[in-house]
Each structure stands twice: as structure tokens, then as C-alpha cells.
Design a protein around this ligand. Structure first.
Ligand code: FAD
Length: 378
């Protein structure tokens, strides 16, 4: 069975930026789709930090989704500012966006999800649906089984379910590997009033400092929020290996102060003055290249297909994949033709990018260097 895209039952797993972009572009072309996500609802968990959407992928996707103008209304152009510091707090490099610069404006992850969700036909997303497995013959239909025991059939399953994808197992045995670098997230509220020194240190965008072994990356969000990633070359279980517990904020803070003892008091505020607990985020990546034999009825996009270290491309690639897959479905006679066309472009592109970023998590710990134009190189 190889239905036309208009007749097919299409299920997207994952209401992240990739899955929602795919659903939106499909619906703009009159193709029906259902999205299943494990979250209880759209606001049931903190969506995380700020994302910069690039002109030739993330923004291109939003143009195809008919949402670029709305994105520009929400985006923070001033947050394209970037500062590179050394561990003493000295400014090594500084990129100040030019008037009218639109290359990499920032948006909160939650705002991006909201923008995409509002654009979908009511009832498109089924919340509280955690996929357990994809079964069924290659000739179709595929059976989706959810952790609550319910099932449904689909002619095409699109795995947009992120780093720990459950759809991936239907195509490839690969699993993400620890990169050797771990992030610890800290956040600050009402930064201008409650943390003015930090606001002044970071500026309106982001600030990065590293000494080869460890680093700090601070990033503004909307509404006075600021997020810091404490970046360390450590085992994935470093918190428990040091006799600490993930919610032991004071214990972790004391350990970090010891680890960053040679850093300036000004930068240490990014570790000590945070509001609320730390969030442990060890970084994983899929083996490079990650690829699979074309299999009818199932495909992947975004982190599910090519999880890479977080060097500013992940969300952009997820949205580009999503748009290209949706456009292929809109422009092909059959679902299988569309998926083949999509994979023929997406798999080599992501393999090439993954090769250039392989081991890149380590690069986040390298001392910032200034290019001639003052932009940052890590
Ligand atoms: C700390 C950190 C910072 C980052 N910063 C940036 C950045 O600045 N710029 C950038 O481009 N990228 C960044 N990234 C990478 C970026 O977050 C990802 O590449 C991007 O979110 C991938 O989008 P996605 O739609 O493929 O998957 P995700 O955003 O992971 O979405 C997956 C969705 O699937 C759902 N889901 C998962 N499993 C199931 C299941 N079994 N059943 C049903 N639903 C499921 C989840 O609830 C989620 O909604 C960062 C990553 C990290 C870890």
C-alpha cells in the first residue's frame, strides 16, 4: 500500500519545533496530520532557553509556515549581541548587531512553541500520548503503541521525538553517546533589577567564557529572564560521583566554587546568585554519520535523526527538515516518493554538518578568540 499524501494517515510523534513546523506546513498544503506528544499539555514543563533562528534554515521554515512576520514581532534582535570573556572577566571579543541585522534573532523556546501551536487546526496535537513503539509491516499500516496501552494506525510515522526518540528504533539501532561535556543550567529572574551586575556583564544577548577545561555561557531570554550553562568536561554522573544529589543546590554550588576557584568574583556570580535549583544536562550526540536504509512508512527529522552537540544549529536543522519533508509530501504522487526525496537530501546534509560538529562540545570549553570584525570564534 502506498497512498497519496492527501489520503494518508500521517502521525507526527513530538510537538517540538520540528514536529510542529512539519504539521503546520502540511496543513497549509491541505494535508491532514495528527501530532502526538508526551507532555500533559502545552505548558506542562519549562520549555528551556532561547533559540536563535538563522536566515537560511529556521527563518526559511517559518516563511514556508507563513509565520515569519509573527516571528519577527516576537524576536529579540538586540540579543544578537555576543561577548567573549576570559576567566578574569576581561572582554576579548564583542559582536554588537548592526541596525537592521536579521541573521540570528533570538526567541524563547516557549514562545516559538506557542507561535506554531496557535497556527495549527484545533485538535491537531494530542497531549499526554507517550509513544512506546512502532510496529507493523513495511507494506503498512504501522501501529503506534502508547505507554497507556492505546494504539493507532498510520500510513506514515514521522519521528520528531527528539534526542531519546522511540521512533528511531524502527529504522536504526543507534543510540546517543555521551560527549564528555555536561551542562548545568542555572537561571535568573528579573535580571535588570534583582541582578544588575549580571545584566551589565552579559549585555543584551549572550556572553561566553572558558579556560580550556570549563566554561560559562550566559544567555538573555524575554521578560527579564537569563539562563546560564555551567559547562564542564566531567563524567555524565559527576553530581552523584561527587557525593551530591541533583537537588542539593547548596552542595553543588560549593563544589562549583571550588572547581571555578581561579575565576573572577564577577563571573562567579553567574554560578552563585541564581534563583532556584540547578538542572543537570549532560550532552549526548548520535554517532556520525547516522543514517538508515529507506523503510516505507517511517522516517525521522530533527534531533531524532541527527542529535548533535548544541552549537546553535539543532533547532534550525529540525525546522528545515520538517519543512522539506512537508513540501515533499505536498509535491509528490505518493507518500513513499516523498519520503525518499526528503531522505535523499536530509541524510547527506545532516551527515556533513554532524561531521563538522563532531567533538564540538569540547570546543565550548576553548577560550574565546576574536576575529578581525570582533565576532566570536570558539
Ligand atoms: C542545553 C541545550 C541548549 C540548546 N541550545 C540551542 C540553541 O541555542 N540553538 C539551537 O538551534 N539548538 C539548540 N539546542 C538544540 C535544540 O534544542 C534541538 O536541536 C531542537 O530542540 C530539536 O528539535 P526537535 O523538534 O527535533 O526535538 P525536541 O525539541 O526535543 O522535541 C521533541 C518533542 O518530542 C516529545 N517526545 C519525546 N519523546 C516522546 C515520546 N516517546 N512520545 C511522544 N512525544 C515524545 C517531547 O515532549 C518534545 O515535545 C540546544 C540543546 C540543549 C540540550
Amino acid at each position: 500500500m502506498n497512498p497519496t499524501p492527501a489520503q494518508a494517515r500521517i502521525s507526527v510523534i513530538g510537538a517540538g519545533p520540528g514536529g510542529l513546523t512539519c504539521a503546520r506546513v502540511l496543513q497549509r498544503h491541505g494535508i491532514e496530520v495528527t501530532v502526538h506528544d508526551r507532555d500533559r499539555d502545552a505548558d506542562s514543563r519549562d520549555q528551556g532557553g532561547s533559540l536563535d533562528l538563522h536566515e537560511d534554515d529556521g527563518q526559511l521554515a517559518l516563511r514556508e509556515a507563513g509565520l515569519l512576520e509573527e516571528f519577527f514581532a516576537l524576536a529579540r534582535f538586540e540579543s544578537q549581541e555576543m561577548r567573549g570573556l576570559d576567566p578574569s572577566g576581561r572582554l576579548l571579543a564583542h559582536h554588537l548587531p548592526r541596525e537592521g541585522e536579521t541573521a540570528t534573532p533570538e526567541i524563547d523556546r516557549g514562545q516559538l512553541r506557542g507561535l506554531l501551536l496557535r497556527s495549527l487546526a484545533p485538535g491537531t496535537v494530542r497531549w499526554g500520548r507517550t509513544l512506546a513503539s512502532v510496529d507493523g509491516p513495511a507494506a503498512g499500516p504501522r501501529t503506534l503503541t502508547f505507554t497507556d496501552g492505546t494504539t493507532c494506525e498510520a500510513d506514515l510515522v514521522i519521528g520528531a521525538d527528539g534526542a531519546r526518540s522511540r521512533v528511531r528504533a524502527a529504522l536504526s539501532p543507534a543510540t546517543p553517546r555521551y560527549t564528555g561535556v555536561s551542562f548545568l543550567e542555572a537561571w535568573f529572574d528579573d535580571v535588570e533589577r534583582a541582578h544588575p551586575e549580571i545584566a551589565a556583564l552579559v549585555g543584551l544577548g549572550s556572553a561566553h567564557a572558558a579556560d580550556g577545561e570549563r566554561g560559562l555561557f550566559a544567555q538573555r531570554g524575554s521578560g527579564g529572564h537569563l539562563r546560564v550553562y555551567v559547562m564542564q568536561r566531567v563524567p555524565a554522573d559527576w553530581i552523584t560521583a561527587n557525593g551530591l544529589r541533583p537537588r542539593d543546590t547548596e552542595g553543588i554550588r560549593a563544589h562549583l566554587l571550588d572547581t571555578y576557584a581561579s575565576w573572577s568574583p564577577q563571573l562567579l556570580r553567574l554560578i552563585t546568585d541564581n534563583d532556584g535549583p540547578y538542572v543537570d544536562r549532560p550532552l549526548y550526540a548520535l554517532p556520525v554519520p547516522h543514517t538508515w536504509e529507506h523503510t516505507p512508512g517511517v522516517t525521522l527529522l530533527g534531533d531524532a535523526a541527527h542529535l548533535m552537540p548544541p552549537l546553535g544549529v539543532g533547532v534550525n536543522l529540525a525546522m528545515l527538515d520538517a519543512t522539506e519533508l512537508a513540501l515533499a509530501l505536498a509535491g509528490s504522487a505518493t507518500v513513499d516518493d516523498a519520503v525518499r526525496r526528503y531522505e535523499e537530501t536530509m541524510l547527506p546534509r545532516s551527515a556533513e554538518i554532524a561531521r563538522t560538529l563532531e567533538g564540538g562540545a569540547e570546543g565550548l570549553l576553548a577560550t574565546a578568540d576574536a576575529d578581525a570584525d570582533g565576532s566570536l570564534r570558539h
